[in-house]
Every structure is written in structure tokens, then in C-alpha cells.
Design a protein around this ligand. Structure first.
Ligand code: BGC
Length: 756
């Protein structure tokens, strides 16, 4: 019946159009009508081609010019199509056998690919995808904002929206329309190299930041992609892609909510994770994709595989006997787009001819892909122009947002009366460390940018302290190969200086893929500073001169020595292009820090599994032998140059619960406080976390000012995943907490009794 209806519709659409102008080219029809018409004209080969993605031609050209065959084969980040030349790929595009691309870095190349697509029989434009993770940072001349972990520390969801929207504008100006972002994984393990890509450890905060990112991207005209579905952040050993083994309850309570929230916010695409979950690889997991995302949450968009992960069903998970079998499994599990490579086309056509996959199943994916393309408007506007690119990318408004985001995302962790510095007290300043003057400050997922667009800390200091006598002792970019001579030089210089600044951390730049210590595929078995960095800190500190430590990293680092011995520590995360300026402004007090940790910082790797919303029995038996059971710094923690006092907590005891409190800026400085609301369900059928974040507010307070803040908690906020794996509300006692961090001593508390 449905088939008959569509046949009639398609015949009618075709009849209504001039023979030379097929209905799918008529922009007055709906995307669904156009997709249906186009689909009816396509061969199987063309349909299967739409489901396939390739890396960009320049990516292939560049990698094969700098890597040997063997290196290409072993390098997990390079597109490598043995036996295919660039002209072979161009031919495939002209034959309509490629539906989308990734790793296309210039507008010229994006336009060129579109031109090739338009030369194909049906002229279907391609989707150009890119990992625009914190700005379209892989593209030269675009704006690089802080990575998500820093952005999450701002607790500023409106800012997340603005950044995403600006990113989308820059992408469209570059003729790119699909970003593989936001990563909405909940990050509870700092060994995992990708913590910096996430919004931290709290499902509520991750959900809100993720949804605003998705909205900003999509309202800006590009497709967002929530990833990685699911639990890639929680592998058994902390390494990327290793097995995750998690209970259904933990999945539903901790890891699913950000994905569900984004699906309900109409995210256009979704990417499964590399790993297996409880024995089933996520790329062949029908239950996750079809039952959970599509049926239960109503996901309507495209599911794209992650990098070679369908093939990994065969060569890594060994659940498919060959790649063809892997393609079959992935398609039957609900995947629409293959990232990436030529083997797909013929193998999938064969699967259909052999009856292993029905053509209807292929049509289902192709329909989604075509509709998406029509909705984006790229049939009508397949190209961009240099004037558009040059007027939008890195425009003053975007620069201003990137600077503001850096200022709001830098967390002041420790300050014993040193910061902000009084410049007149510190004339001679020594600055050193691998991240003092390096582009690495931009963070993972960025490629080199024009030098004049980049603010390192050294450049920032020269700008805010033009009169100061600043001595930079270069430690190179590479934490793994630091020079003992340069460490000794810094030690000597430290003694002559009035103030020392060490900019330490990790190395994330993708251009040196194999040398990185942070970012994707750089998982670690400890969370200490790498190389001679600790030695550098100790030897500089031994000068007895005031020393500030600044950390540039995506993951939390267990800097216990510094925490004990240095007077000031700043966690700057991966603050983007304007990071160095924002850090310098904070050092001199031009900016008052306000960010709070979106992730717990453990002392050392042995504490891993430490997060604020743990279950009550977690530390019943504290660690023995005098070892601490408290983190170095807890979730929600961060200092300001202002001081704030919370008072007057009032909580109503009927639903919806009204919570109010007062915050007073008790200092002489204007500042911004991030107030947090936590709840605890006191007694419950299933064990519940000791705290759960349920609200937060950024509150600007002038010196001496008092403001009242208010929150409302609904019945839904009090629900949890009950014994039947469904949300339940249990009446009874709830503890309501409001304050400056997740630490008990920072919270005002009141217990209320809520009955039915
Ligand atoms: C990552 C994805 C990314 C893809 C394309 C993979 O290695 O896991 O997050 O989108 O590469 O660059």
C-alpha cells in the first residue's frame, strides 16, 4: 500500500515536470518529495555510492607524499586506499559513487569535489564533513576556540551555542556542512586521551552543553553529529576503543542521557563508538542504534560509522569473517554512511545482489542521505566563494568570542596571595615550559594557524606587560624529549627572576601524530606530567622565587608536587588561539577568573574512578597507608579573585520545589560566581549518588553586592532509573544543596520530605 502510494506520487511528480527538469531539481518541493523522485532514478551502484565516504583528495596526496606505504598502513589517522590513485577517486566521484567526504581542509578543494559530483549522471552534490570540534580549527585561517572541556568549565551554555553557531558560519563559508561534533561522552577516566573533547564528567552538564552545541551548529546551517555511541570514554583500561563493560543501569543513568537529550533536540547525525559494549561492537549493535536511538528516542537522522570501524568488526573485534561480512552487519544494525574507502561499493552491491541485504534497506539509508542534502540546500548552493570565506572566517566578532571563551574557561586552582600579580613588584619575569610559546595551546583537533592569529602565553605577557623584562627559556615543544641543559638554564634563570612562570602540560598537535601525549589515541597509564616537566617545576621552585604553574592539557593531571609547593596553579585546558592572551590577562588581573572544574582532578592514576557523583559506599573504607581518598581538586571547584559567601538557603517542600539562596561578593573586586545546585535522594530502592548536579547559574556580582538566586526542581529532576529500568519517582527525603563546588564544605544543605 505504502509502496503503491509512493509510486503514484513519483509518477505524478515526474509528470508534472518538464521532461528536461526532473522533479528532484525543483526546490519548491519538499526534501522528502525530491528525495523520493531522485531515489527512483538511481541505480544500485549510485545508491550504495551515496552511503560511502572518502577522505579528501589533498589528504590522500599529502599523506602519501610524506609517509611510506608501511607507515600509511599502520597510521590510524591517514586515509589510505591501496591501488587507488587520485584520478581513480575522481573518476569514482564522476560516476556518482561517493556520497560524502571528510578531511577536506580548503574551500577550493570543497568546491572542486562538488564540481566533480555535479558532473555525475544525476549531479548529486556531496556532503563535506570535517571534525570542526572547537571551531573549524583544522582549516587554516579559521577561528580556534577552547576545546569542550574548558568550555564546560565556563558553565555557560549560551556561550556554547554562540561558538557552535559561529563555527557553522565559518564551515559554510568554507563550503563544509557536516561536523563530527559534539562529543557528548561522559568522561570519568583521565587516562583516556580524549577527555579534552568532552564536556566533562557530569551527565547533566554534558547534556546541556551538548544540546546547545548541536542547536548552534544546526541553526547555523550545518549537520551536528553526537558521538561516540557509547561508552568509549569508559573502556576497561582507559584506552581508546578498548572494551567497555557496563551495567544497563549505569548506561541509562550516566552515559545515555546526553545522547538522548541531543536526539530529542533533533541532532542530525550520530556516530557509534570504536569499542564493544558488553561483548557487542557498537558498530554492529542493532539494539543500540535501532532500538535505543531510533525507536526509543526517535532519532531520525543519519548514523555514520567512525573511522574504519566497520572494517574493525573483522580485523579488530573478529565478529565478521571479512570486510564484506562487516559491511553487512553494520548496515543491518542501522548504519547509513561508511567512513571511509573504496572497498564498500562493490561489496555492498554484491550483498544486495546475493540477497543478504534488501534493496529496501539500502533505499532507507539513501532516502535519509538525500533528504539531508536537500534540507541543507546544497543542490541549490553547491559552492562558496573566496569573498564569503574571507569576510566570515576569523572575523572580529568570532575573535572576540574566542577570547571571551578562553577567559571564561581557565580555572584558577590554587592561589596563595600571588595572583593577580602587581607588575611593579615583579620586574624580571622568567617564563618557560613546553607550552609557553607553542601553537599547541590551541589543543587537539587543530592544525597550524597563521602566526599573527595565535596568542601564546609569551606573546600574551608581552602584550599585557609591555614594560616588563621577560626572559623566555625555551624547552621545545616535545615533553618526551626535553633537554636537561634547558632545564638547568631555567633553574639558573629562575634565581635571577622576580617571578617565574612555567607553562607545562601535554602535547596535542595532530601534525605530529605519533609524538603526542594528549588527545585522541594518546591514552596513558598514568596522569603525571610527562618527561622532565616535574623536574623543571621542582628546580624552578627551588629558587624560592614566586612561581606560577599553568597547565595546558585536555586531561586532568595529577600535579601533586606543584599542588603542595607552588603558590599558584592555573588549569587553562586547551584554551584555543586566544589562550595565551587570556592567561596573561588573568595573571595581571585584567580578567577575574570564574571557571569551575567540569571534571574531578585526581591526585594520581591509582585514584581513577574518582568522580563527584559516586555511590554512597564508594569511600566507606578509605585508602590505607595514609593515602588520600579525596581528589586534588573536586568537580565544580575553581577560585576567583573575588570571594563569595552563600547564605539564606530556602527550600519549599512541595513539588515543584523552589530553592533560593543569597550570594554576596565579600571582596573589593567585581566577579562572576558559578552557583551550583545538587540533590541527594536520601533513601531509595536502588542506591543513588551522594550528589547530583541539577542546576547552575553564572552570577555576576559587583564588589560587596548580594543577589538572590533561584532554582526550580520538578518531579522529573527527582526521578531515577528504578528497579524495572524505567524512570521512577520515590517520595521521601531529599537533601538539597547549593554552593560553590561539589565539596561538602562549600555547600549549604537542607533536607526536605516530598510526599506523593
Ligand atoms: C574519531 C572520530 C572522528 C573521525 C574522523 C575518528 O578517529 O574517533 O571522532 O570524527 O576519526 O576524523
Amino acid at each position: 500500500m505504502i509502496v503503491a502510494f509512493f509510486l503514484v506520487l513519483v509518477m505524478c511528480l515526474s509528470a508534472c515536470h518538464h521532461a528536461d527538469t526532473p522533479a528532484y531539481k525543483d526546490s519548491t518541493l519538499t526534501p522528502a518529495q525530491r528525495a523520493e523522485d531522485l531515489l527512483s532514478r538511481m541505480t544500485l551502484e549510485e545508491k550504495v555510492g551515496q552511503m560511502n565516504q572518502f577522505v579528501g583528495l589533498e589528504h590522500i596526496r599529502l599523506n602519501s607524499s610524506v609517509m611510506t606505504e608501511d607507515e600509511l598502513y599502520r597510521n590510524t589517522a591517514s586515509g589510505y586506499y591501496p591501488g587507488y590513485s587520485i584520478s581513480n577517486v575522481e573518476e569514482m566521484i564522476r560516476e556518482g559513487k561517493v556520497g560524502s567526504f571528510l578531511h577536506v581542509l580548503t574551500m577550493e578543494e570543497a568546491n572542486h569535489l562538488q564540481q566533480l559530483c555535479l558532473e555525475s549522471r544525476l549531479g548529486i552534490p556531496c556532503l563535506i564533513g570535517i571534525d570542526a570540534i572547537h571551531g573549524n580549527a583544522k582549516c587554516y585561517g579559521n577561528t580556534v576556540y577552547p576545546t569542550h572541556i574548558g568550555l564546560a568549565c565556563s558553565f555557560d551554555t549560551a556561550l556554547a551555542y554562540t561558538i557552535a553557531r559561529q563555527t557553522a558560519q565559518e564551515m559554510r563559508a568554507m563550503n563544509m556542512y557536516w561536523t563530527f561534533d559534539p562529543n557528548v561522552e561522559v568522561a570519568r577516566d583521565p587516562r583516556w586521551g580524549r577527555v579534552g573533547e568532552t564536556f566533562g564528567e557530569d551527565p547533566y552538564l554534558v547534556s546541556l552543553m551538548g544540546v546547545q552545541t548541536t542547536r548552534g551548529l544546526q541553526e547555523g546551517g550545518v549537520l551536528a553529529c553526537v558521538k561516540h555511541f557509547i561508552a568509549g570514554s569508559q573502556s576497561q583500561n582507559g584506552t581508546n576503543g578498548a572494551p567497555a563493560d557496563l551495567s544497563e543501569r549505569t548506561l541509562r543513568q550516566v552515559f545515555f542521557p546526553p545522547f538522548e537529550a541531543n536526539v530529542r533536540a533533533s541532532v542530525a547525525t550520530l556516530m557509534p563508538s570504536h569499542n564493544e559494549l558488553n561483548g557487542i561492537p557498537c558498530h554492529s549493535n542493532y539494539d543500540l542504534i535501532e532500538n535505543t536511538a531510533r525507536r526509543d528516542w526517535g532519532f531520525k537522522g543519519l548514523v555514520i560509522s567512525d573511522w574504519m570501524d566497520i572494517e574493525h568488526l573483522h580485523d579488530l573485534h573478529f565478529t565478521a569473517v571479512d570486510n564484506k561480512d562487516a559491511f553487512r552487519q553494520a548496515i543491518l544494525a542501522g548504519i547509513d554512511v561508511h567512513m571511509h574507502g573504496p572497498e564498500w561499493n562493490e561489496a555492498v552491491c554484491q550483498l544486495v545482489r546475493e540477497g543478504a541485504i534488501s534493496e529496501q534497506r539500502i533505499d532507507q539509508s539513501v532516502r535519509r542521505i538525500l533528504e539531508t542534502k536537500f534540507r541543507l540546500g546544497i543542490f541549490e548552493h553547491p559552492f562558496s566563494r573566496a569573498e564569503i570565506r574571507d569576510s566570515i572566517c576569523f572575523c572580529p566578532e568570532h575573535q572576540q568570542t574566542a577570547l571571551q571563551a578562553a577567559q571564561q574557561s581557565i580555572v584558577l586552582l590554587k592561589n596563595e596571595n600571588l595572583l593577580p600579580i602587581h607588575p611593579e613588584q615583579y620586574h624580571r619575569i622568567m617564563i618557560t615550559g613546553i607550552n609557553a610559546d607553542d601553537e599547541n595551546i590551541m589543543g587537539d583537533w587543530s592544525e597550524p594557524q597563521p602566526e599573527e592569529n595565535l596568542w601564546t602565553v609569551v606573546r600574551g605577557l608581552h602584550t599585557v606587560l609591555p614594560q616588563a623584562d621577560i626572559h623566555f627559556v625555551d624547552q621545545g615543544w616535545d615533553p618526551q624529549h626535553m633537554s636537561p641543559t634547558q632545564v638547568a638554564r631555567a633553574e639558573a634563570e629562575a634565581q635571577k627572576a622576580d617571578l617565574n612562570i612555567i607553562v607545562a602540560g601535554e602535547y596535542m598537535m595532530r601534525k605530529r601524530w605519533m609524538e603526542r601525549t594528549g588527545g585522541e589515541d594518546t591514552d596513558r597509564s598514568n596522569i603525571d606530567l610527562v618527561g622532565l616537566q616535574n623536574q623543571l617545576i621542582e628546580r624552578v621552585a627551588a629558587s624560592g622565587k614566586p612561581t606560577i604553574l599553568i597547565l595546558i592539557s585536555g586531561r586532568p593531571l595529577g600535579v601533586t608536587y606543584a599542588a603542595e609547593h607552588l603558590p599558584a596553579i592555573i588549569q587553562a585546558w586547551e584554551p584555543g588561539q586566544f589562550g595565551g592572551l587570556a592567561i596573561a590577562q588573568i595573571i595581571v588581573g585584567k580578567v577575574n577568573p570564574s571557571a569551575k572544574l567540569a571534571v574531578t582532578i585526581p591526585r594520581h592514576v591509582g585514584q581513577v574512578g574518582m568522580y563527584y557523583n559516586h555511590l554512597p559506599s564508594m569511600y566507606f573504607h578509605p585508602y590505607a597507608a595514609g593515602e588520600s581518598s579525596a581528589p586534588l581538586w573536586p568537580f565544580g571547584y575553581g577560585l576567583s579573585y573575588s570571594t563569595f559567601r552563600y547564605s539564606n538557603l530556602k527550600v519549599s517542600d512541595t513539588l515543584p520545589i523552589r530553592v533560593s539562596a543569597q550570594i554576596t561578593n565579600t571582596s573589593q573586586r567585581d566577579g562572576v560566581e558559578i552557583a551550583q545546585l545538587y540533590i541527594r535522594d536520601r533513601y531509595s530502592a536502588i542506591t543513588r549518588p551522594v550528589k547530583e548536579l541539577k542546576g547552575f547559574k553564572r552570577v555576576a556580582l559587583t564588589a560587596g553586592e548580594t543577589k538572590q538566586i533561584e532554582f526550580v526542581l520538578t518531579r522529573q529532576d527527582l526521578q531515577y532509573i528504578g528497579p524495572e529500568m524505567k524512570p521512577v519517582f520515590e517520595p521521601g527525603e531529599f537533601e538539597i544543596m547549593v554552593g560553590a563546588s561539589s565539596r561538602d564544605e562549600d555547600l549549604l544543605k537542607q533536607t526536605i520530605n516530598i510526599d506523593k
